[in-house]
Design a protein around this ligand. Structure first.
Ligand code: NAI
Length: 334
């Protein structure tokens, strides 16, 4: 069987890490016909938009995409294409597993948690305006529908992966209506899943707890902005952004992409760590039902990291992006 999958190389380090991931996936035995589509600043002049219609059409048709990061201008310019893509395709759940890798130096051992981030609303709804020249307003949208849906997803994931606890992260002590609604929905949904323990923690306290004892946590579910911040923070607990994969899941499709951005500071140097992108590919293979190939790649990546001989510079080594992929491929063959 051959799968049709959309490939968005992205920009910055995107083309480097996606090409490394594609090489590894192609060596896993799964046959994929990659439909390559470009988006972001590079296509604006030609299409008058950073996200041309063909991008959405391709993903809607293929239902699955592997995506590299795409740069968003800060404080001006076009709306994030990443956020637009998630909203247009209704990819409501952003899943980021944060797991300790043997061989990677970090202050913690045995971290194995999953951040389940609501992906469609909150301050990311993009509703903001100037009230006067000196006052700006951003509107935070939290709905029952999206909150129920993401918490249900967190419990479903917890069951599928034999996890024992789901914690809802919020700031309902201050945002009593918006985060209050999220928390109320979370508590109601938890009632239906008594076999999984449930708790809730305020986001500032959660940040402290994660830094103190990250190994205690299992599945964390939260609104969009907290998920964005805590997943980067949690990446720091296990060795950095180069190691954290991600999935954006919706009812009609899914886009798999590393948690990191386009890293303009290291783009084009062949030094980015492709692990996060390769592991996003692993999540993608599991999603399409190719668990055996996924396991093979994941084991090879873990073995290479554990061995510690071939590490990229973020992990203290000198191995290049493409070379890392080749070492993983060699490991898969053994
Ligand atoms: P970033 O994640 O690109 O980089 C933060 C730091 O982590 C940098 O020092 C970078 O060198 C390092 N880093 C990231 N990925 C790495 C990797 N694979 N290997 C080694 N080091 C790595 O975050 P930043 O700088 O805040 O954002 C840059 C751009 O990326 C922005 O335009 C932002 O909007 C965009 N972005 C896009 C995302 C997406 O497409 N899903 C997600 C996050 C940010």
């Amino acid at each position: 069987m051959e799968y049709n999958i959309t490939l968005i190389p992205g920009d910055g380090i995107g083309p480097e890490v996606t090409s490394a991931a594609v090489k590894v996936i192609e060596n896993s035995g799964v046959r994929i016909n990659w439909e390559i589509v470009r988006m972001g600043a590079a296509v604006i002049e030609e299409f008058n938009t950073p996200i041309p219609a063909y991008v959405l059409e391709s993903i809607k048709k293929n239902k699955v995409a592997l995506k590299g990061p795409v740069t968003t201008p800060v404080g001006m310019g076009f709306k994030s294409v990443n956020v637009t893509l998630r909203q247009e395709l209704n990819l409501y759940a952003n899943i980021r597993p944060i797991k300790t890798f043997e061989g990677v130096t970090s202050r913690y051992e045995d971290v194995d948690l999953i951040i389940v981030r609501e992906n469609s609303e909150d301050l990311y709804a993009g509703i903001e305006h100037m009230i006067t020249e000196d006052i700006a307003e951003s509107i935070k949208i939290i709905s029952k529908k999206a909150s129920d849906r993401i918490v249900e997803y967190a419990f479903k994931l917890a069951k599928e992966q034999n996890r024992s606890e789901v914690i809802a992260v919020h700031k309902a002590n201050i945002m009593k209506l918006s985060d209050g609604l999220f928390l109320k929905c979370a508590r109601n949904i938890a009632e239906k899943h008594k076999e999984i323990a449930f708790g809730d923690v305020i986001v500032d306290a959660m940040s402290m707890k994660l830094v103190m004892n990250p190994e205690k946590y299992d599945v964390l579910v939260m609104p969009n902005l907290y998920g964005d911040i805590l997943s980067d923070m949690a990446a720091g607990l296990i060795g950095g952004l180069g190691l954290v994969p991600g999935a954006n899941i919706g009812e009609e499709g899914a886009v798999f992409e590393p948690a990191h951005g386009s890293a303009p500071d290291i783009a084009g140097l062949n030094i980015a760590n492709p692990t996060a992108c390769i592991l996003s590919g692993v999540m993608m293979l599991r999603y399409i039902g190719e668990a055996e190939a996924a396991d093979k790649i994941e084991k090879a990546v873990e073995a290479v990291l554990k061995e510690g001989k071939y590490l990229t510079c973020d992990l203290g080594g000198t191995t290049g992006t493409q070379e890392f992929a080749e070492v993983v491929i060699e490991k898969m063959a053994k």
